[in-house]
Ligand binder design. Structure first.
Ligand code: MRU
Length: 359
């Protein structure tokens, strides 16, 4: 099998006018590319986690809404805006937690609103360029996160990560795994521990696959083993990604992140959150303001098993995310540098460098 790192996680095929993604539900067994043109397919791919991870969802939505705009037939600007908004809202309804989805769609809508009265063909061309820019900027942001994050660790360190916040969750490099990718490129060696990440196993299936493909010494552990590997002295830093970062530094990420942050503090291990500034949501004052996705109970009771593992009739609680309290976050690594407490000030300064604030 070809190295997964040579594939684009999310791409726009201009010839076929399609969103092309690596189907992450089939990894690591099979590398299958999906070429999606219909809005129902694109929304479904996001909901089913065929494309997943906050930055990747944002890029997929930007490309998706551009493809929707291409199909708008009216030449009347007001009608164009209304049809665009309908398509935008449809894609935005795929998942509620990762703010990158809404950030990317809002950014696309701003292009439409900034070109009031202009011909539909021109607005469509500008939407194409904006979607490509969002994609390209994600690569640059993740590379920069990798460089900044690498300054926090040293050759030979043991790194624990949760879920998949790597290349598969973005376009290239990823966020939490970017320092490892960049370090490996520079000849560092790391011992990487990937939490399997129940219930959807993004750690066992995706991070372990990605890290092993990149040449890292990779060990998969069950989520419940994190305390043990920390106690063994094998972990020098925890790196996680983020789906939405509140203004006070509360970091919402895959379910289990909160517990990991508590463990890291107990064992005196730095806990780093890696996130592009597109993940910052200053309208969320704290983590409690972030909507937490709840997913179907079958993901817990049946998926991955030959037969159902929990007795029929029991209740199942399946939140997809939780948040690490800001007091447990040692630093937030963004593309613009490393933010440290107090987060209300340091994160606001980072957000101020986003294009929509500086334009
Ligand atoms: O449900 P998922 O797989 O989309 O959850 C993804 C995560 O929790 C990632 O850690 C997060 O999106 C950061 S991705 C760089």
């Amino acid at each position: 099998m070809e190295n997964i790192l040579h594939y684009d996680t999310v791409a726009l095929d201009d010839e076929k006018n399609a969103l092309v993604i690596v189907d992450q539900t089939r990894l690591p067994g099979e590398v299958a590319l999906l070429s999606l043109t219909r809005q129902e397919e694109i929304r479904r791919a996001i909901y089913l986690l065929q494309v997943r991870g906050a930055p990747a969802i944002g890029v997929a939505a930007a490309i998706g809404v551009y493809l929707a705009a291409r199909e708008i037939r009216t030449e009347e600007y007001g009608a164009f805006c209304r049809e665009f908004k309908t398509a935008k809202d449809y894609l935005a309804s795929a998942r509620p937690t990762a703010v990158n989805l809404f950030w990317a769609l809002d950014r696309m809508e701003r292009v439409v609103l900034a070109h009031r009265g202009e011909p539909a063909a021109r607005i469509k061309a500008l939407l194409h360029d904006e979607a490509v820019a969002i994609r390209d900027e994600d690569v640059c942001a993740c590379r920069a996160i990798g460089e900044h994050g690498l300054s926090l660790i040293k050759d030979g360190d043991g790194i624990l990560t949760h879920c998949n916040a790597g290349q598969l969750a973005a376009v290239k490099y990823g966020t939490a795994l970017a320092p490892i990718h960049v370090g490996l490129e520079k000849g560092y060696r790391f011992r990487v521990f990937t939490d399997e990440t129940r219930p959807l196993l993004q750690g066992a299936r995706l991070s372990a696959f990605e890290m092993h493909s990149a040449g890292a010494d990779t060990t998969v552990i069950c989520d419940s083993m994190a305390s043990q590997v920390m106690k063994n002295g094998w972990i020098q830093a925890v790196f996680v990604g983020c789906d939405r970062l509140a203004a006070n530094g509360d970091a919402c990420n895959k379910i289990g992140t909160s517990g990991l942050a508590i463990l890291a503090q107990y064992y005196g291990i730095p806990f780093y959150v890696c996130a592009p500034t597109s993940t910052l949501d200053l309208r969320a004052a704290t983590g409690s303001d972030i909507p937490i996705e709840e997913r179907p109970p079958e993901e817990v009771t049946e998926l991955w098993y030959e037969k159902r593992m929990a007795p029929a009739g029991v209740n199942v609680y399946n939140p997809a995310f939780d948040f690490a309290d800001h007091a447990l976050v040692t630093a937030v690594v963004t593309e613009h540098g490393i933010a440290r407490p107090p987060y209300p000030e340091s994160l606001r300064a980072m957000a101020g460098r986003r294009p929509e604030f500086t334009a």
